[in-house]
Write a protein that binds this ligand. Structure first.
Ligand code: PLP
Length: 424
């Protein structure tokens, strides 16, 4: 499966990148955040597999950090994209597909009566905040500590270049902690514009947790009581957990929901959906982008969402995620290792016990990649519908060997130097 070729090409590309790309790479792909031997550059992807710049093939359990839902280079979805390219993509205005897509999404997502399209998840979450402020005429937003909502100055996790003013008008609470949510809302006082929430707690580096019904319900009640907007940031979890907004699973409907990542199977488009209540405010704000009305990604999104609506893909994601989770648990135990697998099975996170600086996680991921499986040491992974039972079984074979290798290496493992800045 894995060709095991040396990564000379990747090294060369990294050197070139160092000269012309700040830090050699940035954001979640910063070289410092991934194991040393991980490829930085890829050549292609097909179905559930990637080929790196050196020609090594691996099963990809990251799905491009979420955007890939039905497999890379999906023939049907990409054909829809290419057909629109042949007719022009970024035109002076949108095609009818924009309306069709808004109709499709509002037809699938219970709380939604309207849609606005943009390019990245950050566009959609930022727009949600702007709509909430326009609707309420207030400024303060309540957010859970550690939740990721994008990389704009108001929400980026790093502080470089971010001013105190960028972070003004925010009060933080603890996810799933009703008392802290109530306290944050109390602090916001009569200035509460919105409560933001991810569909479940999917913060990096720490165990994931499903949302407690009581927390989601209380967020809804507090927004209703104070005339504020409830925003679910479904950018990462959207359509991997449900065919509706993810909080439909706990029976709570937001006023606004932000979408992105997989809604066009990797083609660049994101969306803000809202209820009628928020429509006047959404009409009043000025938001736009040169590429926001381009039609090819909309055509790809229509093809993707038809498959979301009409196939049993969710059942398959769950079945494969469950197979992976139970198989990993068995194999870790057999190697005498204690792991924690958290979050929904479709978006698994694997962390090791007794691993405060992630040295075990990094070792295991590198061992997995040597055996042809791309995993992640601190970010949730993603199950994709192009994966097969045979792929999961191959991942489990690799895991058995990688756990055994880790078990043997534990006494000799040192700290991961590249992570020193993060863990002190
Ligand atoms: C929950 C959540 N919100 C917002 C974003 C930002 O999306 P994008 O990277 O497309 O701007 C992400 C990206 O990972 C996300 O996971």
């Amino acid at each position: 499966m894995f060709d095991g070729r040396p990564n000379a090409q990747d090294r060369m590309l990294r050197e070139r990148a160092e000269r012309v790309i700040p830090g050699g790479m940035y954001g979640h792909l910063s070289t410092a955040l991934l194991p040393e031997s991980y490829p930085q550059f890829f050549r292609s992807g097909r179905g559930a597999h990637l080929i790196d710049a050196d020609g090594n093939r691996c099963l990809d359990l990251m799905c491009a950090f979420g955007p890939n839902l039905f497999g890379y280079a999906d023939p049907e979805i990409d054909a829809a994209y290419v057909a629109q390219l042949a007719d022009g993509d970024c035109l002076t205005g949108p095609t009818e597909s924009m309306i069709e897509l808004a109709e499709m999404m509002t037809g699938m997502v219970t709380h939604a009566d309207w849609a606005m399209f943009c390019k990245n998840g950050t566009d959609a979450t930022t727009m949600a905040l702007t709509v909430a402020r326009a609707h309420t005429g207030r400024k303060t937003v309540v957010l859970a500590q550690g939740s990721y909502h994008g990389a704009a100055p108001w929400c980026t996790p790093r502080r470089g270049g971010v001013t105190a003013e960028d972070r003004a008008n925010q009060v933080h609470c603890i996810y799933n902690n009703v008392a802290s949510l109530e306290e944050a809302v109390r602090k916001a006082g009569d200035d509460l514009a919105a409560i933001f929430a991810t569909p479940f707690k999917h913060d990096s580096f720490v165990d994931q947790h499903g949302v407690d019904h009581a927390y989601a319900q209380r967020a809804r009640e507090l927004c209703d009581k104070h005339g504020a907007m409830l925003v679910v940031d479904d950018v990462r979890g959207g359509f991997r957990l449900a065919r509706d907004c993810s909080w439909s699973l706990v029976g709570v409907q937001p006023d606004l929901s932000a979408w992105g990542k997989c809604i066009a199977n990797g083609h660049p488009i994101s969306a803000l959906l809202g209820s009628d209540k928020a429509k006047k405010a959404a009409s009043s704000i000025y938001v736009t982008g040169s590429f926001w009305f381009a039609s090819a990604a909309m055509a790809a999104s229509l093809a993707t969402l038809r498959r979301v609506r009409d196939t049993d893909y969710l059942k398959r994601l769950e079945a494969m995620g469950t197979r992976l989770r139970s198989g990993l648990a068995e194999r870790a135990e057999a190697a005498g290792l204690s792991i924690r697998q958290t979050g929904p099975v479709q978006m698994p996170l694997v962390l090791f016990d007794d691993d405060p600086d992630l040295r075990r996680g990094f070792f295991w991921c590198e061992a997995m990649l040597r055996r042809g499986v791309y995993t992640h040491p601190w970010h949730n992974m993603f199950i994709g519908a192009a994966m097969t039972d045979a792929d999961i079984d191959a991942a489990l074979d690799a895991a058995a060997e990688s756990f055994a290798a880790l078990s043997a290496a534990i006494p000799t493992l040192g700290p991961v130097e590249r992570l020193a800045a993060l863990f002190g």
